[in-house]
Design a protein around this ligand. Structure first.
Ligand code: NAD
Length: 261
């Protein structure tokens, strides 16, 4: 990478779902730090040790001493989201970008999903996306600028996922619709919102697949490999930065050709 290319110089980027060093959220934090961003890492599993571990990993991998603020959040709660965004603004003065990579997944079939598990899936993946976007947009409206990147899934597009059941797919379909609506409502105020639909990215979400099943799925992917968290992070970078200044309401597939439509 050209070390001088700083696509997010001094931008305050809130990344939700960033506690696992194997996840898309962390990969995005590291890539954004490489590009000069200040990082606000939110997660239900965030604490001081996790945040320190993230900063250390970024330094080890990039040589950059990144400015990382870790804040624990449960995106199911609007109050928790508001408090997390306030903590970010208190520390850095503003926020410029939100990447929402937080989600839960479950592969149960239609007839096996209890009502409360359906509610929980929608509560985290869809209502959670709504809550954290609402908290961030309040700041973006004040400054008449901001970018939002939501993580949905190919499960929403192809009728269910490889590891996600109908409740997961439905929640992610809602995330796509929510993002498009935000793009239309807030475009006139300088706020862009786009959504990424990944599939088969090597994170802990794929741990439920045994080796034989994984090999079979990979064989059916046109690019003949699973994706890296960095592959999804690169799409986040494009959508978060001015590289995508005229892109809003878009859905970007990061799926190796698994679903071409
Ligand atoms: N890995 C894939 O192949 C794949 C495919 C399609 C979509 N996705 C989507 O990409 C995103 C990132 O997934 P990942 O693979 O990096 O998995 P991941 O499990 O590493 O990331 C999800 C994070 O969300 C956090 N989280 C869960 N509930 C939360 C809550 N209530 N409040 C705050 N944080 C919460 C978790 O602690 C976790 O760190 C998710 O939205 C996922 O649905 C991933």
């Amino acid at each position: 990478m050209n070390q001088n290319l700083q696509l997010l110089q001094n931008k305050v980027c809130v990344i939700v779902g960033a506690s696992s060093l194997r996840g898309i959220g962390y990969a995005t934090a590291e890539l954004f730090a490489r590009h000069g961003a200040k990082i606000v890492a939110l997660d239900i599993a965030m604490n001081d040790d996790v945040a320190k571990g993230m900063a250390q990993e970024i330094e080890t991998n990039t040589g950059i001493t990144a400015d990382v603020l870790g804040v624990q959040v449960d995106i199911q709660s609007p109050e928790s989201c508001n408090a997390a965004i306030k903590a970010a603004v208190d520390r850095f003065g503003t926020i410029d970008c939100l990447v929402n990579s937080a989600a839960i997944v479950n592969g149960k079939g239609m007839l096996s999903i209890p009502s409360d598990e359906f509610d929980q899936m929608i509560g985290v993946n869809l209502k959670g996306a709504f809550n954290i976007c609402q908290s961030a947009i309040r700041i973006f409206v004040e400054k008449q600028s901001g970018t939002i990147v939501n993580l949905a899934s190919s499960a929403a597009q192809r009728g269910g996922g490889l590891v996600g059941g109908p409740h997961y797919a439905a929640s992610k379909g809602g995330v796509i619709s929510l993002t498009r609506t935000i793009a239309r409502e807030f475009g006139p105020q300088g706020i862009r919102a786009n959504v990424i639909c990944p599939a088969m990215i090597e994170t802990s979400m794929l741990d439920v697949l045994d080796e034989t099943r994984l090999a079979g799925i990979i064989d059916a992917i046109p690019l003949k490999k699973a994706g890296r968290p960095l592959d999804a992070a690169n799409a986040c970078l494009f959508l978060a930065s001015d590289m995508s200044a005229f892109v809003t309401g878009a859905t970007i597939d990061v799926n190796g050709g698994t679903h071409i439509h």
